[in-house]
Design a protein around this ligand. Structure first.
Ligand SMILES: Cc1cc2nc3c(=O)[nH]c(=O)nc-3n(C[C@H](O)[C@H](O)[C@H](O)COP(=O)(O)OP(=O)(O)OC[C@H]3O[C@@H](n4cnc5c(N)ncnc54)[C@H](O)[C@@H]3O)c2cc1C
Ligand SMILES: NC(=O)c1ccc[n+]([C@@H]2O[C@H](COP(=O)([O-])OP(=O)(O)OC[C@H]3O[C@@H](n4cnc5c(N)ncnc54)[C@H](O)[C@@H]3O)[C@@H](O)[C@H]2O)c1
Length: 472
């Protein structure tokens, strides 16, 4: 039986980083993945395909130019499913190639097989041709990720009713689409298809969506979706989903019915622990299939078994998963590593983009800290004029006493890139004065930071004067 210093189960962002980090420490590492190719959910059905699809749609539809040329503007008139999938496959092939090369040059061994624990330091591997082998390990990092939640009452068929894996395999564009679930996956796909002029209805069971995002940003987002013709049904409980020759019908508890040609069910994901045989370790997943770990070390209740990535729950991002995997490997081999700063960016690649870091206004208010906000609208920046941007804004929140930046929230073009300025200032404990004193490239959308900083600073100055008067 082979023996390795570290076994990594799953080759997504967490597994990949854990493996390479352990290999850099000179350890023998084996990565196993039951997929047909390396890369995990992130490369094959999650982050990369959805973002490639978005980029293709925005390019071919001419979405970014519509501010100038009107809603009817199109770069390519008849956009087909082939247009969308062609670019997708090229991007994915490239991602896999880069990952395989990274493993090769770092001497990380890999096997395409399903892992199942048979003892606290042994797994059995099974290939898709049912070949069995066993591997012993000193340390193991479980990075098995999640899969779409597929309740029995949803008539999934991969041709009219899709989950978020199947939607990537569509062979023609839907004439109309219902999306159930106003989480990140739901809003990303709903707005991407809407950018292709597919009529979209978004159904969310709760009265609100994206509760971890600043409410002002969410309100603007919902307004923008409705403004361009999307139907957004909030607080809409689904009673029944039925298929007919002409499409799919969703009956809501309040009696209303939604009829569209296709339906995407994107109402959550559950951990892929089913085949791991966690019982052999004495470990148990929670009811959503997630594993509990020590948040500093990523160890499970067994000190030589770590878990990282989506399998440990929130925030379930490729970006945070990578760092968790790396930190798990550092801890496993007693290498010092600082924990990540509390504030990490969250990027939602809807159309328009949303990105956020630090505290929302609601969280700041709840904490009892006195604060002031500064806002800059992209349409008021020169770069915004050049790009024909007529929506989107940046909101900064500052503490009145320390003047420190507490949160940055952006909706609009480039939000997921622009957010890193806010992230740096928050984590380096910067204040409103950074934005006031520094010069920004002009004309850029980043200039919005200067405008929002000045906006807050003008009001914070008055607040400080009032405090001085009261104190005096
Ligand atoms: C549609 C969608 C869009 C997303 N967009 C973004 C985004 O824009 N930005 C972002 O940061 N995050 C995004 N995410 C989240 C991101 O994809 C995940 O956070 C990330 O993939 C989690 O990585 P992971 O390391 O946990 O493993 P995963 O990427 O989930 O991969 C797990 C791997 O484990 C393998 N596996 C499972 N069980 C076994 C077993 N028993 N034996 C062997 N192998 C096994 C699976 O085959 C899979 O390959 C998105 C997710 C989805 C679904
Ligand atoms: N850009 C990104 O970073 C990105 C993109 C996509 C996904 N992800 C990650 O993937 C994870 C899963 O995303 P998700 O959107 O599938 O799940 P989610 O759990 O975040 O959202 C599911 C939504 O569906 C709603 N819902 C549940 N049942 C419903 C029903 N019967 N009818 C109507 N609505 C219902 C829920 O209230 C919730 O709002 C997220 O945690 C996210 O971090 C990240």
């Amino acid at each position: 039986m082979d023996k390795v210093d570290m076994l990594v189960i799953g080759s997504g962002p967490a597994g990949r980083r854990a493996a390479v980090q352990a290999a850099k420490f000179g350890k023998s590492v084996l990565v196993v993945d039951r997929g047909r190719r390396l890369g995990g959910v992130s490369v094959h059905t999650g982050t990369i395909p959805s973002k490639t699809l978005r980029e293709t749609v925005l390019n071919l539809s001419g979405w970014r130019e519509r501010g100038f040329y009107g809603r009817a503007y199109r770069v390519k008139q008849d956009i087909t499913a082939v247009d969308l999938t062609e670019r997708l496959h090229k991007t994915l092939d490239h991602e896999v190639e880069v990952l395989e090369h990274q493993f090769m040059r770092n001497m990380v061994a890999f096997a395409l097989a399903e892992a199942r624990f048979v003892a606290p330091n042994t797994v059995e591997l099974k290939t898709d041709t049912d070949e069995l082998s066993r591997v012993e390990f000193d340390k193991c990092v479980i990075c098995v990720g999640t899969k779409p939640y597929r309740p029995d009452h949803v008539p999934f068929d991969g041709s009219r009713v899709f989950d978020s894996d199947e939607i990537l395999e569509i062979d023609r564009l839907p004439r109309s689409l219902t999306v159930i679930g106003g989480g990140v996956i739901g809003v990303e796909y709903a707005t991407i298809f809407s950018a292709l002029d597919v009529p979209v209805t978004l159904i969310e069971g709760r009265d609100t969506i994206l509760d971890f995002i600043d409410k002002e940003v969410v309100a603007d987002f919902v307004h923008q979706m409705r403004d361009r013709g999307m139907v957004v049904r909030l607080g809409a409980a689904v009673k029944e989903i039925t298929k007919s020759e002409r499409g799919v019908q969703v009956a809501l508890e309040d009696g209303r019915k939604v009829n569209t040609e296709c339906l995407l069910f994107a109402a959550g994901r559950s951990g892929s622990v089913g085949s791991l045989n966690l019982g052999a370790l004495g470990l148990e997943a929670d009811k959503r299939g997630r594993l509990k770990v020590d948040p500093d070390t990523f160890q499970t209740d067994l000190p030589n078994i770590y878990a990282a990535g989506d399998i440990i729950g929130f925030p379930s991002l490729a970006s945070t998963s990578m760092e968790q995997g790396r930190l798990a490997a550092c801890h496993a081999f007693d290498m010092p590593a600082s924990p990540p700063p509390e504030a990490f960016p969250y990027g939602i690649y809807a159309v328009p983009e949303i990105s956020t870091v630090g505290q929302s206004e609601e969280e700041v208010r709840e904490s009892g800290v006195a604060y002031e906000c500064g806002v800059a609208r992209f349409r008021e920046t020169s770069r915004g004029h050049i790009m024909g941007v007529n929506s989107g804004f940046l909101k900064l929140i500052f503490a009145l006493d320390t003047r420190r930046l507490l949160g940055a929230h952006i909706i609009g073009e480039g939000a997921t890139k622009l957010i890193h300025i806010g992230q740096a200032v928050i984590n380096l404990k910067g204040t409103v004065d950074f934005f006031v004193e520094n010069t920004f490239n002009y004309p850029t959308l980043a200039e919005a930071y200067k405008v929002a900083g000045l906006d807050a600073w003008n009001r914070m100055g008055q607040a400080a004067a009032e405090v001085a008067v009261v104190d005096g």
